[in-house]
Write a protein that binds this ligand. Structure first.
Ligand SMILES: [Zn+2]
Ligand SMILES: [Zn+2]
Length: 336
């Protein structure tokens, strides 16, 4: 089959690779749509991951089902998550492999869905493989994974309607967070980002105050929007020193900072303002596929305005360049 394979830093090539081999606990999915993710770009920019087939935000049709798998049948339209527990750690030894401390992930440590076919190991209906309601297109379904990260983080913040919430970093995770906050009736959503197309998207997603962080002082603007009080919660989706410092500065006393963005560099930070303002720094890594499928089905969240570019599998190299560099790109989809 054809697959997009990483050959070195910023070097993706579409080549022929062996077809995936069905394991008794797995399923093989014919891929219809696969998103290029910010996490993929972190790896893409560096050397040392040669041979990686990316792609963990995907959907398609089940074509083969392992003998031990129950309830999943060929022809099902699905999205899925893929992981392989290590089988050796403390948790695996107790049979609690979902808690494995050394989990291998589909699209990183083993081949992902930027290919014609993908093998999803440990396939379990409703746990790792999720059938799609008719309302969801394949592209909607390939958006479930990033949406689920936003859902997990926003849900963890437990925002109230009368609160003010800032979302910093307007990639898809931040933009879905805005849609979710809007659907929950949060009265003031402040969005801060860089690229004009994403500032525009933040408005469409429901942000009340849009801060162009290139031109404006994000902290000053957030303080002005909240009568100098600061925001109740910051959903920090950028993962940089600057945006971390902004989050601490714009959170009001007793506020929360939801740490969602993945940091490429370690932070240098002064804990004093965090202590003085009684802030809570809350790490967020998790998802919820069923809730996210439901949100798309109900129309409370809409993936369509965020999908800006589509490429064939042969154009995978171009897809990565656009996702990384094109100022108009929000979510780039590969359509094998
Ligand atoms: Zn992702
Ligand atoms: Zn383990």
């Amino acid at each position: 089959m054809k697959a997009a394979v990483m050959h070195g830093a910023r070097d993706i090539r579409t080549v022929t690779v062996p077809d995936p081999v069905l394991e008794s606990h797995g399923v093989i999915i014919k891929v219809n749509a696969c998103g290029v993710c910010g996490s993929d770009l972190h790896v893409y920019k560096r050397n040392g991951q040669e041979g990686t087939i990316f792609g963990h935000e995907f959907s398609g049709d089940v074509v083969e089902v392992g003998a031990q798998v129950k309830g999943i049948t060929p022809g099902m339209r699905v999205t899925a998550v893929g992981f392989k527990p290590c089988g050796k750690c403390f948790w695996c030894a107790q049979g609690k492999w979902h808690r494995c401390s050394d989990m291998a992930l589909l699209g990183y440590q083993f081949p992902g869905a930027m290919a014609e076919y993908v093998h999803v190991p440990f396939a379990a209906l409703g746990r790792s493989v999720f059938p799609l309601p008719d309302e969801l297109t394949y592209e909607d379904a390939a958006s479930v994974e990033p949406l689920s990260i936003s859902y997990f983080s926003v849900n963890r913040a437990q925002p109230k309607e009368n609160e003010s919430i800032a979302v910093i970093g307007l990639g898809v995770i931040g933009l879905y967070a805005i849609q979710l906050l809007k659907s929950m009736g949060v009265s003031m959503i402040v969005a801060s980002g860089h690229r004009p197309s994403r500032l525009e998207a933040a408005k469409i997603c429901g942000a009340d105050i849009i801060i162009d962080a290139v031109k404006d002082d994000a902290v000053k603007a957030a303080m002005e929007a909240t009568a100098k009080m600061g925001v109740n919660t910051v959903v920090e989706c950028a993962g940089t020193q600057v945006t971390f410092d902004q989050s601490v500065a714009m959170a009001r006393g007793g506020g929360k900072i939801m740490m969602v963005g993945i940091y490429e560099e370690a932070l240098a930070w002064d804990p004093l303002p965090v202590i003085a303002k009684n802030l809570s720094l809350i790490g967020c890594l998790g998802g919820n596929f069923p809730a996210s499928i439901e949100l798309l089905k109900s129309g409370k969240v809409n993936a369509k305005p965020l999908i800006t570019h589509r490429f064939s599998l042969d154009q995978a190299a171009e897809a990565f360049k656009v996702q990384l560099q094109d100022p108009s790109a929000i979510k780039v989809m590969i359509k094998p």
